[in-house]
Design a protein around this ligand. Structure first.
Ligand SMILES: *Cc1c(COP(=O)(O)O)cnc(C)c1O
Length: 396
Protein backbone atom coordinates (compact mmCIF):
# COMPACT_ATOMS: atom_id res chain seq x y z
CA UNK A 1 0.00 0.00 0.00
CA UNK A 2 1.08 3.58 -0.64
CA UNK A 3 1.87 5.93 2.26
CA UNK A 4 -1.24 7.98 1.61
CA UNK A 5 -3.49 4.93 1.95
CA UNK A 6 -1.70 3.70 5.07
CA UNK A 7 -1.97 7.10 6.75
CA UNK A 8 -5.70 7.17 6.13
CA UNK A 9 -6.63 3.54 6.70
CA UNK A 10 -4.67 2.77 9.88
CA UNK A 11 -7.12 3.20 12.74
CA UNK A 12 -7.73 2.15 16.31
CA UNK A 13 -10.18 -0.73 16.57
CA UNK A 14 -13.82 0.28 16.19
CA UNK A 15 -15.90 0.17 19.40
CA UNK A 16 -19.34 -1.44 19.75
CA UNK A 17 -20.76 1.96 18.67
CA UNK A 18 -19.50 1.41 15.10
CA UNK A 19 -18.12 4.97 14.82
CA UNK A 20 -16.44 5.89 11.52
CA UNK A 21 -14.06 8.51 12.92
CA UNK A 22 -11.88 7.28 15.79
CA UNK A 23 -13.14 8.69 19.11
CA UNK A 24 -11.03 10.55 21.60
CA UNK A 25 -9.98 8.34 24.53
CA UNK A 26 -9.64 10.99 27.22
CA UNK A 27 -9.00 8.64 30.10
CA UNK A 28 -6.07 8.46 32.44
CA UNK A 29 -6.51 4.79 33.25
CA UNK A 30 -8.16 1.59 31.99
CA UNK A 31 -10.10 -0.98 34.01
CA UNK A 32 -9.29 -4.65 34.63
CA UNK A 33 -12.09 -7.13 34.06
CA UNK A 34 -10.68 -9.25 36.87
CA UNK A 35 -7.79 -9.46 39.30
CA UNK A 36 -6.35 -12.08 36.95
CA UNK A 37 -6.41 -9.63 34.04
CA UNK A 38 -4.72 -6.91 36.10
CA UNK A 39 -1.98 -9.38 36.99
CA UNK A 40 -1.60 -10.52 33.37
CA UNK A 41 -1.40 -6.95 32.04
CA UNK A 42 1.33 -6.04 34.53
CA UNK A 43 3.20 -9.28 33.85
CA UNK A 44 2.86 -8.44 30.14
CA UNK A 45 1.49 -11.90 29.38
CA UNK A 46 -1.57 -10.02 28.09
CA UNK A 47 -1.26 -6.95 25.90
CA UNK A 48 -3.50 -3.98 26.68
CA UNK A 49 -3.81 -0.49 28.08
CA UNK A 50 -3.23 0.07 31.78
CA UNK A 51 -2.56 3.75 32.27
CA UNK A 52 -2.20 6.59 29.74
CA UNK A 53 1.35 7.38 30.80
CA UNK A 54 2.24 3.93 29.35
CA UNK A 55 -0.17 3.70 26.42
CA UNK A 56 -3.51 4.98 25.14
CA UNK A 57 -5.50 3.99 22.02
CA UNK A 58 -5.15 7.43 20.37
CA UNK A 59 -1.43 7.54 21.04
CA UNK A 60 -0.95 3.96 19.80
CA UNK A 61 -2.79 4.80 16.57
CA UNK A 62 -0.54 7.81 15.98
CA UNK A 63 2.58 5.71 16.63
CA UNK A 64 1.43 2.92 14.30
CA UNK A 65 0.87 5.39 11.48
CA UNK A 66 4.27 7.02 11.84
CA UNK A 67 5.97 3.60 12.03
CA UNK A 68 4.30 2.66 8.75
CA UNK A 69 5.29 5.95 7.11
CA UNK A 70 8.90 5.64 8.31
CA UNK A 71 9.23 1.88 7.69
CA UNK A 72 10.10 1.52 11.37
CA UNK A 73 9.68 -1.54 13.58
CA UNK A 74 8.34 0.29 16.62
CA UNK A 75 7.95 3.75 18.12
CA UNK A 76 7.07 5.85 21.11
CA UNK A 77 5.24 9.18 21.17
CA UNK A 78 6.04 12.04 23.54
CA UNK A 79 4.52 15.35 24.58
CA UNK A 80 6.95 17.44 22.52
CA UNK A 81 9.67 16.99 19.95
CA UNK A 82 12.30 17.83 22.55
CA UNK A 83 10.99 15.10 24.86
CA UNK A 84 11.50 12.64 21.98
CA UNK A 85 15.04 13.87 21.36
CA UNK A 86 15.88 13.76 25.07
CA UNK A 87 14.34 10.31 25.59
CA UNK A 88 16.30 8.91 22.63
CA UNK A 89 19.54 10.18 24.17
CA UNK A 90 18.74 9.71 27.86
CA UNK A 91 17.66 6.10 27.37
CA UNK A 92 20.56 4.99 25.19
CA UNK A 93 23.60 6.92 26.43
CA UNK A 94 25.47 6.39 29.68
CA UNK A 95 28.32 8.03 31.51
CA UNK A 96 31.56 7.65 29.55
CA UNK A 97 29.83 7.52 26.17
CA UNK A 98 30.64 9.91 23.34
CA UNK A 99 28.14 11.50 20.97
CA UNK A 100 28.94 12.88 17.53
CA UNK A 101 26.45 15.46 16.26
CA UNK A 102 26.15 17.83 13.34
CA UNK A 103 26.88 21.41 14.33
CA UNK A 104 23.66 22.81 12.87
CA UNK A 105 21.21 21.63 15.51
CA UNK A 106 17.86 22.81 16.80
CA UNK A 107 18.72 25.11 19.75
CA UNK A 108 17.32 22.91 22.50
CA UNK A 109 19.12 19.83 21.16
CA UNK A 110 22.36 21.83 21.43
CA UNK A 111 21.44 22.74 25.05
CA UNK A 112 20.69 19.09 25.94
CA UNK A 113 24.04 17.97 24.54
CA UNK A 114 26.18 20.75 26.01
CA UNK A 115 24.39 21.50 29.32
CA UNK A 116 22.60 18.31 30.39
CA UNK A 117 24.35 15.25 28.93
CA UNK A 118 27.70 16.81 29.87
CA UNK A 119 26.64 16.75 33.55
CA UNK A 120 26.34 12.96 33.24
CA UNK A 121 29.78 12.49 31.77
CA UNK A 122 28.62 12.12 28.16
CA UNK A 123 31.01 13.94 25.86
CA UNK A 124 30.40 15.19 22.33
CA UNK A 125 32.08 16.33 19.12
CA UNK A 126 30.39 18.57 16.58
CA UNK A 127 30.97 18.11 12.86
CA UNK A 128 29.81 20.39 10.05
CA UNK A 129 26.82 18.91 8.26
CA UNK A 130 28.63 19.25 4.95
CA UNK A 131 31.87 17.65 6.20
CA UNK A 132 33.48 14.92 4.10
CA UNK A 133 33.41 11.26 5.05
CA UNK A 134 37.02 11.59 6.30
CA UNK A 135 36.07 14.53 8.51
CA UNK A 136 33.10 12.65 9.99
CA UNK A 137 35.34 9.64 10.52
CA UNK A 138 37.95 11.77 12.29
CA UNK A 139 35.33 12.61 14.97
CA UNK A 140 34.81 8.94 15.89
CA UNK A 141 36.22 7.64 19.18
CA UNK A 142 36.26 4.11 20.59
CA UNK A 143 33.39 5.15 22.92
CA UNK A 144 31.24 6.85 20.24
CA UNK A 145 27.82 5.41 20.95
CA UNK A 146 25.53 7.68 18.91
CA UNK A 147 25.57 9.99 15.91
CA UNK A 148 22.77 12.55 16.02
CA UNK A 149 21.94 14.84 13.14
CA UNK A 150 19.32 16.95 11.39
CA UNK A 151 18.94 16.98 7.64
CA UNK A 152 18.04 19.44 6.18
CA UNK A 153 19.31 21.72 8.94
CA UNK A 154 17.73 24.81 10.42
CA UNK A 155 17.98 27.54 9.13
CA UNK A 156 20.92 26.94 6.75
CA UNK A 157 19.29 23.97 4.96
CA UNK A 158 22.52 21.97 4.92
CA UNK A 159 22.17 18.27 4.21
CA UNK A 160 23.98 15.32 5.75
CA UNK A 161 24.60 12.36 3.45
CA UNK A 162 22.66 9.56 5.18
CA UNK A 163 24.18 6.77 3.05
CA UNK A 164 27.66 7.97 3.99
CA UNK A 165 26.77 7.94 7.71
CA UNK A 166 25.31 4.44 7.31
CA UNK A 167 28.67 3.30 5.85
CA UNK A 168 30.48 4.73 8.89
CA UNK A 169 27.93 3.08 11.15
CA UNK A 170 28.78 -0.31 9.66
CA UNK A 171 32.43 0.33 10.57
CA UNK A 172 32.05 1.94 14.01
CA UNK A 173 28.81 0.44 15.30
CA UNK A 174 27.18 3.60 16.66
CA UNK A 175 23.44 4.28 16.84
CA UNK A 176 22.43 6.57 13.95
CA UNK A 177 19.73 8.93 15.22
CA UNK A 178 18.19 11.36 12.71
CA UNK A 179 15.88 14.32 13.44
CA UNK A 180 13.61 14.01 10.39
CA UNK A 181 11.34 16.93 11.29
CA UNK A 182 12.06 19.19 8.30
CA UNK A 183 11.68 16.45 5.67
CA UNK A 184 8.85 14.43 7.24
CA UNK A 185 8.53 10.73 6.34
CA UNK A 186 6.80 11.83 3.14
CA UNK A 187 10.02 13.29 1.68
CA UNK A 188 12.71 11.21 3.39
CA UNK A 189 12.80 7.93 5.32
CA UNK A 190 16.17 7.82 7.15
CA UNK A 191 15.64 4.20 8.26
CA UNK A 192 15.67 3.09 4.61
CA UNK A 193 19.15 4.68 4.33
CA UNK A 194 20.40 2.80 7.39
CA UNK A 195 19.43 5.01 10.34
CA UNK A 196 18.44 3.25 13.57
CA UNK A 197 16.12 5.95 14.84
CA UNK A 198 14.09 8.77 13.32
CA UNK A 199 12.83 11.47 15.70
CA UNK A 200 10.27 14.16 15.03
CA UNK A 201 8.76 17.26 16.41
CA UNK A 202 5.18 16.38 15.44
CA UNK A 203 4.38 20.00 16.36
CA UNK A 204 5.52 21.02 12.89
CA UNK A 205 4.31 19.39 9.65
CA UNK A 206 2.62 16.40 11.28
CA UNK A 207 0.17 18.75 12.98
CA UNK A 208 0.59 21.19 10.13
CA UNK A 209 -1.73 23.83 11.47
CA UNK A 210 0.12 25.13 14.49
CA UNK A 211 -2.27 23.73 17.09
CA UNK A 212 -0.65 21.12 19.31
CA UNK A 213 2.75 20.00 20.54
CA UNK A 214 3.92 16.45 20.10
CA UNK A 215 6.94 14.30 19.40
CA UNK A 216 7.81 10.79 18.34
CA UNK A 217 10.79 8.50 17.99
CA UNK A 218 10.59 5.43 15.77
CA UNK A 219 13.10 2.81 14.73
CA UNK A 220 14.79 -0.44 15.77
CA UNK A 221 12.60 -2.44 18.14
CA UNK A 222 15.35 -3.18 20.68
CA UNK A 223 16.28 0.51 20.98
CA UNK A 224 12.62 1.57 21.22
CA UNK A 225 12.20 -0.95 24.05
CA UNK A 226 14.88 0.90 26.06
CA UNK A 227 13.33 4.27 25.20
CA UNK A 228 9.89 2.96 26.21
CA UNK A 229 11.25 1.94 29.62
CA UNK A 230 12.79 5.41 30.00
CA UNK A 231 9.59 7.19 28.92
CA UNK A 232 7.24 4.99 30.92
CA UNK A 233 9.05 5.84 34.15
CA UNK A 234 10.08 9.45 33.47
CA UNK A 235 6.68 10.36 32.01
CA UNK A 236 6.99 12.59 28.91
CA UNK A 237 3.75 11.09 27.52
CA UNK A 238 1.78 12.51 24.61
CA UNK A 239 -1.73 13.58 25.61
CA UNK A 240 -4.55 11.54 24.00
CA UNK A 241 -6.10 14.77 22.72
CA UNK A 242 -2.92 15.83 20.94
CA UNK A 243 -2.47 12.29 19.60
CA UNK A 244 -6.03 12.39 18.23
CA UNK A 245 -5.31 15.69 16.44
CA UNK A 246 -1.95 14.45 15.13
CA UNK A 247 -3.30 11.14 13.90
CA UNK A 248 -6.09 12.88 11.97
CA UNK A 249 -3.51 15.30 10.56
CA UNK A 250 -1.42 12.43 9.22
CA UNK A 251 -4.32 11.62 6.88
CA UNK A 252 -3.48 14.80 4.95
CA UNK A 253 0.31 14.91 5.46
CA UNK A 254 1.10 13.57 2.00
CA UNK A 255 -1.32 15.98 0.35
CA UNK A 256 -0.10 18.94 2.37
CA UNK A 257 3.59 18.22 1.79
CA UNK A 258 2.99 18.06 -1.94
CA UNK A 259 1.51 21.59 -1.89
CA UNK A 260 4.02 22.90 0.69
CA UNK A 261 6.93 21.74 -1.47
CA UNK A 262 5.45 23.00 -4.73
CA UNK A 263 4.84 26.43 -3.17
CA UNK A 264 8.34 26.49 -1.65
CA UNK A 265 10.05 25.60 -4.93
CA UNK A 266 8.08 28.24 -6.84
CA UNK A 267 8.81 30.90 -4.24
CA UNK A 268 12.50 29.93 -4.15
CA UNK A 269 12.71 30.13 -7.95
CA UNK A 270 11.00 33.52 -8.01
CA UNK A 271 13.28 34.93 -5.32
CA UNK A 272 16.37 33.36 -6.91
CA UNK A 273 15.89 35.43 -10.07
CA UNK A 274 15.26 38.59 -8.04
CA UNK A 275 18.31 40.89 -8.29
CA UNK A 276 17.65 42.40 -4.86
CA UNK A 277 17.90 39.08 -2.97
CA UNK A 278 21.50 38.31 -1.97
CA UNK A 279 21.10 34.58 -1.49
CA UNK A 280 18.36 31.97 -1.74
CA UNK A 281 18.81 28.57 -0.12
CA UNK A 282 16.51 25.70 -1.04
CA UNK A 283 17.62 22.06 -1.42
CA UNK A 284 15.86 21.56 -4.78
CA UNK A 285 17.29 24.72 -6.39
CA UNK A 286 20.15 23.75 -8.74
CA UNK A 287 22.21 26.53 -7.11
CA UNK A 288 22.10 24.73 -3.73
CA UNK A 289 25.63 23.42 -2.99
CA UNK A 290 24.22 19.95 -2.20
CA UNK A 291 21.57 19.82 -4.91
CA UNK A 292 22.67 16.36 -6.15
CA UNK A 293 22.55 14.90 -2.65
CA UNK A 294 19.12 16.48 -2.07
CA UNK A 295 17.83 14.78 -5.22
CA UNK A 296 19.26 11.41 -4.11
CA UNK A 297 17.99 11.59 -0.57
CA UNK A 298 14.69 13.49 -0.68
CA UNK A 299 11.65 13.19 -2.93
CA UNK A 300 11.04 16.98 -2.75
CA UNK A 301 12.86 19.96 -1.27
CA UNK A 302 10.71 20.60 1.80
CA UNK A 303 8.93 23.79 2.74
CA UNK A 304 11.63 25.95 4.27
CA UNK A 305 13.29 28.58 2.10
CA UNK A 306 16.07 30.70 3.58
CA UNK A 307 16.99 34.02 2.02
CA UNK A 308 19.39 36.82 2.75
CA UNK A 309 18.63 40.47 2.18
CA UNK A 310 21.16 43.26 2.08
CA UNK A 311 20.89 45.88 4.82
CA UNK A 312 20.98 43.89 8.09
CA UNK A 313 18.34 44.15 10.78
CA UNK A 314 16.99 47.53 9.56
CA UNK A 315 16.19 45.92 6.25
CA UNK A 316 14.62 42.91 7.96
CA UNK A 317 12.38 45.20 10.04
CA UNK A 318 11.24 47.14 6.97
CA UNK A 319 10.71 43.90 5.05
CA UNK A 320 8.62 42.31 7.81
CA UNK A 321 6.57 45.54 8.16
CA UNK A 322 5.88 45.52 4.43
CA UNK A 323 4.73 41.89 4.22
CA UNK A 324 0.95 41.58 4.40
CA UNK A 325 0.35 37.80 4.31
CA UNK A 326 3.07 35.98 6.31
CA UNK A 327 2.99 35.92 10.09
CA UNK A 328 5.96 36.70 12.34
CA UNK A 329 6.51 33.68 14.59
CA UNK A 330 9.37 31.43 15.60
CA UNK A 331 7.36 28.33 14.67
CA UNK A 332 7.40 26.53 11.33
CA UNK A 333 5.51 23.83 9.48
CA UNK A 334 2.14 25.60 9.48
CA UNK A 335 -0.47 26.01 6.75
CA UNK A 336 0.18 29.75 7.19
CA UNK A 337 3.45 31.16 5.87
CA UNK A 338 5.77 32.28 8.67
CA UNK A 339 8.88 34.45 8.50
CA UNK A 340 11.62 34.48 11.14
CA UNK A 341 14.88 36.39 11.58
CA UNK A 342 17.04 33.63 13.18
CA UNK A 343 19.79 36.07 14.23
CA UNK A 344 17.50 37.95 16.62
CA UNK A 345 15.15 35.12 17.66
CA UNK A 346 15.74 31.35 17.41
CA UNK A 347 19.54 31.63 17.22
CA UNK A 348 20.01 34.89 19.18
CA UNK A 349 21.76 33.17 22.10
CA UNK A 350 24.58 31.72 19.99
CA UNK A 351 28.06 33.21 20.25
CA UNK A 352 29.28 35.25 17.22
CA UNK A 353 31.63 32.44 16.15
CA UNK A 354 28.83 29.87 16.41
CA UNK A 355 26.59 32.08 14.28
CA UNK A 356 29.39 32.46 11.74
CA UNK A 357 29.84 28.66 11.55
CA UNK A 358 26.14 28.26 10.79
CA UNK A 359 25.96 31.16 8.34
CA UNK A 360 23.57 33.13 10.53
CA UNK A 361 23.86 36.74 9.41
CA UNK A 362 21.73 39.75 10.44
CA UNK A 363 19.90 39.80 7.10
CA UNK A 364 19.03 36.09 7.08
CA UNK A 365 15.31 35.26 6.88
CA UNK A 366 13.79 31.81 7.30
CA UNK A 367 10.54 31.36 5.42
CA UNK A 368 8.26 28.49 6.40
CA UNK A 369 6.22 28.35 3.24
CA UNK A 370 2.55 27.67 3.88
CA UNK A 371 -0.38 26.50 1.81
CA UNK A 372 -1.66 29.89 0.58
CA UNK A 373 -2.00 30.44 -3.18
CA UNK A 374 1.54 30.81 -4.51
CA UNK A 375 0.65 33.79 -6.73
CA UNK A 376 -0.35 35.73 -3.62
CA UNK A 377 2.84 34.82 -1.80
CA UNK A 378 5.15 35.71 -4.69
CA UNK A 379 3.38 39.03 -5.17
CA UNK A 380 3.58 39.86 -1.47
CA UNK A 381 7.27 38.93 -1.12
CA UNK A 382 8.13 40.85 -4.27
CA UNK A 383 6.44 44.08 -3.18
CA UNK A 384 7.94 43.81 0.34
CA UNK A 385 11.45 43.38 -1.09
CA UNK A 386 10.98 46.51 -3.21
CA UNK A 387 9.41 48.54 -0.44
CA UNK A 388 12.03 47.57 2.17
CA UNK A 389 14.84 48.48 -0.24
CA UNK A 390 14.05 52.11 0.64
CA UNK A 391 16.02 51.74 3.90
CA UNK A 392 19.17 51.09 1.87
CA UNK A 393 18.88 54.59 0.42
CA UNK A 394 17.89 56.60 3.49
CA UNK A 395 20.04 54.56 5.90
CA UNK A 396 23.13 56.76 5.32
C1 LIG B 1 10.70 22.30 16.63
C2 LIG B 1 11.81 21.36 16.46
C3 LIG B 1 12.21 20.53 17.52
C4 LIG B 1 11.57 20.60 18.89
O1 LIG B 1 10.24 20.23 18.86
P1 LIG B 1 9.16 20.71 19.96
O2 LIG B 1 7.92 20.00 19.53
O3 LIG B 1 9.08 22.20 19.88
O4 LIG B 1 9.66 20.28 21.28
C5 LIG B 1 13.26 19.65 17.30
N1 LIG B 1 13.88 19.59 16.10
C6 LIG B 1 13.53 20.38 15.07
C7 LIG B 1 14.26 20.26 13.78
C8 LIG B 1 12.48 21.29 15.20
O5 LIG B 1 12.15 22.08 14.19
Amino acid sequence: MQKQTKAIRTQAQQSQNREHSVPLYLTSSFTFESAEQGKALFEETEEGNIYSRFSNPNVTEFVEKVCMLENAEDGIATGTGMAAVFASMGALLKSGDHLVACRALFGSAHQIITQILSKWGITHTYVDATATEEEWEAAMQPNTRMVYLETPSNPGLELVDLRMLARLKAKYGFILNVDNCFATPILQTPIDFGADLSVHSATKYMDGQGRVLGGIVVGRADLIQSIRFFARHTGPSLSPFNAWILSKSLETLDLRMERHCRNALQLAEALDTHTDVERVLYPFLPSHPQYDLAKRQMSAGGAIVTIELEGGFDRVKAFFDALTIPTLSSNLGDSRTIVTNPNTTTHAKLKPEEKAALGITPGLIRISVGLEAIEDLIEDFTQAIAKSAEVLKVGV
